[in-house]
Design a protein around this ligand. Structure first.
Ligand code: ZN
Length: 432
C-alpha cells in the first residue's frame, strides 16, 4: 500500500537562484550561496540556466500542510483543487493534504478515486487526500479502510466532527494494524461543547456568546491517547488550541504513545479578545481562539516540539454565509496564503520562535506527522523550494487572493514576508 500524492503534469524547472540565504535546518544548511535546480532536481551544472537574482531573499524547503479544506467535491463555489493548490503555491507550500468532510464525504473508493484523478489534472502542487474514519463521518460505522488505503489515502479523519464513540475509535485503531496509516483526529467532546460558538471565558461571557470549554478538547485527547496506548496505535491531533491539550500530549508522549500534534497560525497568534469584532468571517473557528495563556503554551510547545508542526486548517467560506450573526455563521478561516507571513511577523520577528524552527515545523516536521517524505534542499533531492522575501511588507487582501474565498483573520493587516517563487515536485508552481 502506498500513499498517493498527485500533481498535474508540467515542464521540469531549471534555474539558478543566486545569492540567497539557503536555509534547510534538517540538512544542516544555512549559508548565502546559489541554489541550482536542473531538470526539477536540486544541484547540477548551472551553465546556461536562467538566473533569478535573490540577494536578501530566503530559500527554504517548500512547506507542507497536513490540514486543508479544498471543498471539493460539492462546494466548488468556495474552492476547488486548482484554486486551493494555487493558494498553497502562493503560500510556499509544495504538498498539502485535503480533509474528507466534503459533499459527498470521502468515504468510498469511488469518491477518493475521482479526487485523485482530478488532482492529477488540476493540482499545482502535490495533493494527497485523507478518507473518513466513519461512513458519512457519522461516528458509527468504519469505512472500508483497507480498500481506501490500497487506493492511496494518506490517512483517516472525521475532521469537522469528533469520533464520539470510544468503541468506534478503538476499532479504528485496530485497523491501523492493516493499513499502517495515521488517524488524524478532530478532538472535541460534543457533550461539553454543546452549542458553543466561542471559547468559554470572560470574553464570551461579556459578548453573551455560548462557550466551548478547553476541556472539551483535552478530555477527548486524553481518551484517545489512552486508547492508542492500549491498542499500540498512531494518532495525530488536529488544531490543538488549549494549554490542557498540550499537557495531555506531553503526558502521552512520556508514556511512549505515538501521538503528534499541530497548531494553526491563528491559534498561535490570536486570542479570544479578537472576537470582540463579532466578525465571524475573520474570527469564528472551531476550536475557538482561546486565552493568552493558551496561546503562549502553544508557542512554547511548537518551539520544544511537543506540537510538531504548523497546519493552516485552510477553510474557505462564502462571504454571504459569513454575513450573518456570529452564532449562525459557519466555522473557519482561510490560511494557505498568509501562513508563513503570519508566523514570521508574529512569532519570528517578535523573538518567540527562531526562523529555523519555523521552517522545520512548516516543512519536514509537517510532512513527518503523516509519514510523508520531507522536502529537502540537499543535492539530488526533487526540487521542493520556496523563495521568500522575509522583509517584504504585504497588506493582506491588497493583492487578489488565489483562493476563491477571502475569509481571512488578517484582512487589511500588514504582514512581513512574501513568497516570490515556489517549485513543487520539480515544477514551477508559483511565480510573482
Ligand atoms: Zn479542519
Amino acid at each position: 500500500m502506498a500513499v498517493r500524492l498527485v500533481q498535474r503534469p508540467g515542464p521540469a524547472a531549471s534555474l539558478v537562484i543566486r545569492g540567497a540565504r539557503v536555509l534547510d535546518p534538517l540538512a544542516g544548511i544555512d549559508e548565502v550561496r546559489d541554489l541550482v535546480v536542473r531538470d526539477g532536481v536540486i544541484g547540477g551544472d548551472p551553465d546556461g540556466l536562467e538566473v533569478v537574482e535573490a540577494e536578501g531573499r530566503l530559500v527554504v524547503p517548500g512547506f507542507v500542510d497536513p490540514h486543508v479544506h479544498l471543498r471539493t467535491p460539492g462546494r466548488e463555489d468556495l474552492e476547488d483543487i486548482a484554486t486551493g493548490t494555487r493558494a498553497a503555491a502562493a503560500g510556499g507550500f509544495v504538498t498539502i493534504v485535503a480533509m474528507p468532510n466534503t459533499s459527498p464525504v470521502v468515504d468510498t473508493a469511488a469518491v477518493l478515486g475521482a479526487l485523485l484523478e482530478r488532482g492529477e489534472q488540476e493540482a499545482a502542487v502535490r495533493v494527497g487526500f485523507l478518507a473518513a474514519i466513519t461512513v458519512g463521518q457519522e461516528g458509527r460505522e468504519l469505512t472500508e479502510q483497507a480498500e481506501l488505503a490500497e487506493l492511496g489515502a494518506v490517512g483517516f479523519s472525521d475532521d469537522g466532527h469528533p469520533v464520539a464513540d470510544a468503541e468506534v475509535m478503538r476499532r479504528a485503531l485496530q485497523y491501523q494494524r492493516i493499513t499502517g496509516l495515521p488517524l488524524v483526529l478532530h478532538e472535541e467532546d460534543p457533550s461539553l461543547s454543546g452549542r458553543g460558538v466561542a471559547h468559554e471565558g470572560a470574553v464570551a461571557s461579556r459578548l453573551g456568546l455560548q462557550g466551548i470549554p478547553s476541556i472539551s478538547e483535552s478530555v477527548a485527547v486524553a481518551r484517545d491517547a489512552a486508547l492508542a496506548e492500549y491498542e499500540g496505535g498512531w494518532i495525530h491531533i488536529c488544531h490543538v488550541s488549549a494549554s490542557e491539550t498540550v499537557e495531555e500530549i506531553r503526558r502521552a508522549r512520556a508514556r511512549g504513545v505515538r501521538v503528534t500534534g499541530e497548531a494553526s497560525p491563528h491559534h498561535l497568534t490570536l486570542t479570544d479578545e479578537a472576537i470582540a469584532s463579532l466578525d465571524p468571517a475573520r474570527h469564528k473557528m472551531n476550536p475557538p481562539l482561546r486565552e493568552e495563556s493558551d496561546r503562549l503554551a502553544l508557542v512554547a510547545a511548537l518551539a520544544d516540539g511537543t506540537i510538531d508542526c504548523v497546519a493552516t486548517d485552510h477553510a474557505p467560506h462564502d462571504a454571504d454565509e459569513k454575513e450573518v450573526p456570529f452564532e449562525e455563521a459557519p466555522f473557519g478561516i482561510t490560511g494557505l496564503e498568509t501562513a508563513f507571513a503570519v508566523c514570521n511577523t508574529h512569532l519570528v520577528e517578535t523573538g518567540a520562535l527562531p526562523l529555523a524552527t519555523l521552517v522545520r515545523r512548516m516543512g519536514a516536521d509537517a510532512a513527518g506527522v503523516l509519514g510523508l517524505p520531507a522536502p529537502s534542499l540537499a543535492d539530488g533531492a526533487v526540487a521542493d523550494v520556496a523563495l521568500i522575501d522575509p522583509a517584504a511588507r504585504v497588506v493582506v487582501g491588497h493583492e487578489p487572493f488565489q483562493s476563491k474565498s477571502r475569509n481571512s483573520a488578517w484582512l487589511g493587516e500588514e504582514l512581513r514576508g512574501r513568497v516570490e517563487l515556489t517549485i513543487a515536485g520539480g515544477r514551477i508552481a508559483w511565480r510573482r
